[in-house]
Design a protein around this ligand. Structure first.
Ligand code: BES
Ligand code: MN
Ligand code: MN
Length: 455
């Protein structure tokens, strides 16, 4: 990989400028008004895959946003790596909290600042440039196929049908994804577990119209009050979730497993300081590290109803709504948890209101194995470029398609992320370290080398 590495070293500026071009495209999948930019980002990546020397590059249409595909088959007797990434990003709102505009990337303090800088344009683009570097220098040691989708941030609903339809075309030996975090730049890690997700919307309706809060207040149910009471009751005083059956399938870790998990470097005071928290809170008898990785959650993501305009309006609202997410751990199932929630929520509703529950997207929790050639190759690659053996670790976020890679394509995944929890994913001022971007590009070729050698 010597030629590849010196090529990377002498092309750093170009790689960064190209990433900036990609970051300037506001490919927000959640908002229809960005549809043409979403397509633009897909076209941009297709063009870059072609320029990287990949073959059969195309935008593959789905019911939603297109999937960018490319491949380089050097020898059909060699193993094939399937790289996955996403070019869509979360909405950048609220814009006024950004120090520099979200779609005008800039380097400040050795970091790239932009929506998608880390999640997942920056991390996906590391692969495009690593692959280019290997192809150009004739050092690609095995086959590679790339799929980059545009609907990860809205639940990847068209990706599973795509995997089913193109099972043959996507045939590979392992999936490689950079869309997760490491513990720290001086403490590389490989993610071996992600949480699943159930996402629902609830609506509580009281009367048939907004009422005068003096004329009717005190005699009819206020849906906002009721919704708040219902939500508050979803956890007890120990922050244990009260939904009947919720913990039924949760895999409890052994004392040894918990001990190992808590060995990873973590400083609660620094954690609080970074988030300007007065204190943490969470499920009793579990550490912060456990609460954000191996324990399930229920959280309100948004809540609305009544009057929120300027001044005051004395109104007793007719209805109130909330968006609710639950993060799931092995062996909970998204569909089952959504049903348990709906049943429970309707059951605890007082007679004075009616409740509607609608399910949004979901995803299954995953555990990826460490006893595979691919994991060992990834660990060896990180050891080579960081000089430190990476630790395996669980993370709290979700990448729903990982479970489908296993169930539909029969493939295990390596979660080869180079981000940090402090990169402000989904928040204002998302950023990605130049160190991380370049380290990723340098490390990825070694994964291919060791994977090909060890297979
Ligand atoms: N890349 C993240 C997931 C992630 C972030 C995993 C950090 C581990 C560490 C991904 O883009 C994401 O945000 N996923 C969504 C899932 C979804 C269905 C919208 C999530 O976790 O909320
Ligand atoms: Mn992502
Ligand atoms: Mn994301």
């Amino acid at each position: 990989m010597e030629k590849t590495q010196s090529f990377i070293a002498s092309n750093k500026n170009r790689f960064l400028n190209e990433l900036f071009d990609l970051l300037r495209i506001p490919s927000v999948s959640a908002d229809k008004k960005f549809k043409s930019d979403v397509i633009k980002a897909a076209e941009f990546l297709a063009q870059k895959l072609m320029a990287a020397g990949m073959d059969n590059v195309e935008l593959m249409q789905t019911e939603g946003n297109p999937i960018v595909y490319g491949e380089k088959i050097i020898d059909t007797t060699k193993p094939t790596v399937l790289v996955y990434g996403h070019y869509d990003v979360q909405p950048a709102d609220p814009y006024d909290l950004w120090v520099s505009p979200p779609f005008e990337p800039i380097v400040r303090d050795e970091k790239i600042w932009a929506r998608g800088a880390c999640d997942d344009k920056g991390q996906t683009y590391m692969h495009v440039k690593a692959i280019e570097s290997m192809i150009v220098n004739d050092e690609l040691p095995c086959n590679v196929k790339v799929i980059i989708e545009g609907e990860e941030e809205v639940g990847s609903s068209n990706l599973s049908p795509f995997l089913k339809k193109y099972k043959e075309k996507l045939k590979a030996d392992v999936v490689l994804i950079s869309d997760t975090s490491m513990i720290a730049n001086d403490c590389p890690s490989i993610t071996v577990g992600l949480r699943g997700l159930s996402y629902l919307e609830v609506e509580v309706v009281g009367c048939n119209r907004d009422l005068h809060s003096g004329v009717y207040g005190g005699a009819v149910a206020n849906p906002i009050n009721v919704l708040c009471e219902m939500i508050a009751s979803l956890k007890d005083e120990n922050k244990h979730i009260t939904i009947a059956g919720f913990y039924e399938d949760v895999r409890e870790l052994s004392a040894d497993e918990r001990k190992a998990l808590n060995l990873r470097p973590f400083n609660l005071e620094e954690y609080k300081k970074e988030l300007k928290l007065t204190d943490v809170e969470g499920e009793k008898d579990f550490t912060t590290l456990e609460r954000v990785s191996i324990r399930p959650t229920v959280d309100v993501n948004g809540i609305w109803g009544g009057y929120i305009g300027e001044g005051a309006k004395t109104v007793l609202p007719a209805k109130a709504s909330a968006k609710i997410s639950m993060r799931l751990v092995p062996n909970q199932q998204s569909q089952k948890i959504s049903e348990l929630f709906a049943t429970h929520f309707k059951k605890i509703a007082p007679k004075s209101v009616t409740v509607k529950v609608t399910a949004h997207h979901g995803g299954e929790p995953v555990i990826t194995p460490t006893d595979t050639v691919a994991y060992r190759a990834a660990a060896k690659a990180m050891e080579k470029t960081f000089g430190i053996v990476p630790l395996p670790g669980y993370e709290g976020g979700s990448i729903p398609i990982v479970a489908s890679f296993e169930t539909i394509l029969g493939l295990k995944t390596v979660l080869f992320g180079f981000g940090l929890d402090t990169d402000a994913l989904h928040s204002p001022n998302e950023n990605y370290g130049l160190f991380n971007f370049y380290k990723g590009i340098e490390t990825i070729p070694y994964f291919y080398k060791y994977y090909a050698e060890m297979s």
